[in-house]
Design a protein around this ligand. Sequence first.
Ligand code: GLP
Length: 237
Amino acid sequence: MNVLIFKNPEEATKAAFDIVSQRLEAGLKTIGLATGSTPLKLYEKLRSTNMDVSHVTTVNLDEYVGLEPTDPQSYNYYMNEELFKYMNFAATYVPNGVAEDLEKECERYEEILRNHPVDLQILGMGPNGHIGFNEPGTSFESVTHIAELTQSTRDANKRFFDKEEDVPTRAITMGISSIMIAKEIMMLAFGEGKAEAVRNMIDVPVTVDCPASVLQNHSNAIIILDEAAASKLKRNY
Ligand code: GLP
């Protein structure tokens, strides 16, 4: 793991943007995208570049079950608003959370991933160490599946919804093995709220209790932190 620590989220985002731009210029074909508040500034920078991405396909990590793509809380909506409507990607894929047959949708998504092997996967993490919506305890062998969200994840994400009961209880998510196949992974974590999970990801042996710790097993993972997220690390990086 290549751990990079920056003073604040702005500097960390600048470093992330430089890496993504460099990979795009080098001819990256498929980029894996994440949602949440952490990559928002990265997407803001990307959409203001006028970069030609007509040779690039995007695949997203996850989507809530039960939310229409037009629902402002859905990840389909988020991606359209934050990135897709500004950039000329060859194709953009986000799981369909309202598919009639959710199992089939998971299979369809795995097929998409097989056809578009991810060159660079951008990741964020939940305060409990989840990646995508792979909650603690999820098998490292998992592929795209329906995940039951933990109460702590629903609590962490309720800030985006009007009422707590509106927060979905399930999501479609790429599995941990579908994520790990990416040639390169770039994890972003900012703020004190992530510090404990960051410590469990980096400083403690790999365990299913902290899904993000699986990145220790990846040969090409960059971890981009701000000082607050890095504040509980015992070792110096
Ligand atoms: C959600 C997403 C994750 C994301 C996490 C962190 O749970 N499924 O992919 O990494 O939120 O969100 P934030 O960046 O808002 O802290």
